[in-house]
Design a protein around this ligand. Structure first.
Ligand SMILES: C[S@@+](CC[C@H](N)C(=O)[O-])C[C@H]1O[C@@H](n2cnc3c(N)ncnc32)[C@H](O)[C@@H]1O
Length: 405
């Protein structure tokens, strides 16, 4: 019990009873979603046609999806998939379990939704391609690795993902008021007596997980009955029509660990972006970083003085091997120059020993201008590093010798 007298659903007997009732109803009916056939007949499932429509209406999903490619993850018996197809989308449905009812409904509806039996962990752009829209409804808390699952979803999303999850806001209220992200872990069947319920995020945490997975903008659409729905967008809002400020200029965008421009898709690497801006007093929420036109959330922003700034971002999931371009704007400016980074399958060297370094050298046009950063924070997660070190990059064409205060 927390200070507000609320109890986690994991310890609430009513929650477990209700969940078990639903599980036994589902096993009797077989159909997760009710389906309305062309002649008006309804196959009755656990979720009524009206309830599903109301749930879908909670999200800003366009009524006309003509020309859109849409993925329904955790499709169950396909209620959402068939509705999205009815709206004109080309739909791919995946679930870790094969539902016979999905096949029956597809036949009865004359549907051509593509159906794959795959776990979230198996989803890759190489396997399925990318999608304009993804529905990721009621699946997150079933994952043992929820952040990895959201990264998988982000990597597949070209534009927008709609995410719905169980949320546990009965976590310490004082912390929640501070905006704390809390995630309760269920080791066995504590949540509703089900063994595949692993995590209960509070709503703040659900939104933060989506941003941390790589989505640029995350908007809370609804919160009710221990569920929350969010819209996750990969692109920033449009550039202002009449930018009030001049665009920033990127001096360098480098790997926080190696100090060069090479990134490995399987490693936890961050891009340190050093840029100049004429705007004073920039704050984290003012910055709009993009890699290949995808917005990327900024983790830290530090003023380096004299108009110089450092922003650190996580490399977004799913970048293919090859060249990519980083650019920066603020809420008041347009984008400035682009700076090339390279995703390579080669492993980075354990240290900066040139003799063992085999990745290609920087592209000829990559240079560090005279206004290159005076300070580089190797420990990229700290906006105010302590300690002192001398850092030299032998791989920047104009070696930068920098000091961390
Ligand atoms: C609560 S139902 C949600 C069904 C539907 N998305 C909806 O919201 O109406 C969860 C579905 O996710 C599927 N699921 C659970 N874990 C999964 C995983 N790791 N990969 C793919 N599907 C999963 C389950 O089999 C089930 O069909």
């Amino acid at each position: 019990m927390n200070r507000m007298g609320m109890q986690s659903p994991a310890r609430h007997p009513d929650f477990a009873r209700l969940t078990q009732q639903q599980v036994s109803l589902l096993s009797r009916k077989g159909w997760y979603h009710s389906v309305r056939l062309a002649d008006g007949t309804v196959i009755s499932g656990l979720v009524s046609v009206e309830a599903l429509q109301a749930r879908l209406r909670s999200f800003p999903i366009p009524g006309d999806l003509t020309g859109k490619r849409l993925l329904d993850v955790g499709a169950a018996t396909g209620g959402c998939s068939f509705e999205m197809e009815r709206r004109g989308a080309e739909v791919v449905a995946v679930d870790c379990v094969e539902y016979e009812e999905f096949h029956i409904a597809r036949k009865l509806l004359g549907s051509s939704v593509e159906y794959h039996i795959l776990d979230v962990e198996e989803l890759t752009p190489e396997r399925l391609g990318r999608f304009d829209i993804i529905l990721f409804l009621g699946v997150l808390y079933h994952l043992r690795h929820p952040l990895l699952g959201l990264e998988k979803i982000c990597a597949l999303t070209n534009d927008t993902a709609f995410v719905e999850s169980f949320v546990n806001d009965a976590l310490p209220a004082a912390d929640a008021r501070d905006g704390a992200c809390l995630l309760e872990f269920y080791e066995r069947d504590e949540l509703g007596g089900q063994i595949d319920n692993w995590f209960g995020p509070n709503t703040q945490c659900l939104m933060a997980l989506c941003r941390s997975a790589g989505f640029a903008r995350v908007n809370l659409e609804y919160f009710s009955d221990r569920r929350a729905g969010v819209t996750c967008r990969r692109h920033w809002e449009p550039v202002p029509a009449n930018p009030a400020a001049p665009p920033p200029w990127i001096n360098a965008a480098i790997n926080n660990r190696t100090g060069d421009i090479y990134f490995h898709p399987a490693k936890d690497e961050y891009v340190c972006i050093y840029f100049k801006s004429k705007e004073t007093g920039l704050a984290l929420q003012d910055l709009r970083v993009e890699i290949d036109d995808y917005g990327v959330p900024t983790l830290v922003l530090a003023s380096l003085g004299c108009g110089g700034w450092q922003a650190n971002v996580k490399v977004p999931p799913g970048l293919p091997l090859g060249s990519h371009f980083v650019r920066v704007r603020t809420v008041s400016s347009s984008f400035g120059n682009r700076f090339e980074i390279v995703v390579t399958g080669d492993s980075s060297p354990p240290c900066s020993d040139e003799a063992t370094w085999h990745t290609p050298r920087l592209p000829a046009h990559t240079s560090v201008t005279p206004t290159s950063p005076m300070r580089i924070f190797q420990e990229s997660i700290s906006p105010r590093p302590t300690g002192s070190m001398r850092w030299v990059s032998p791989r920047l064409s104009s070696p930068a010798s920098v000091t961390i205060p």
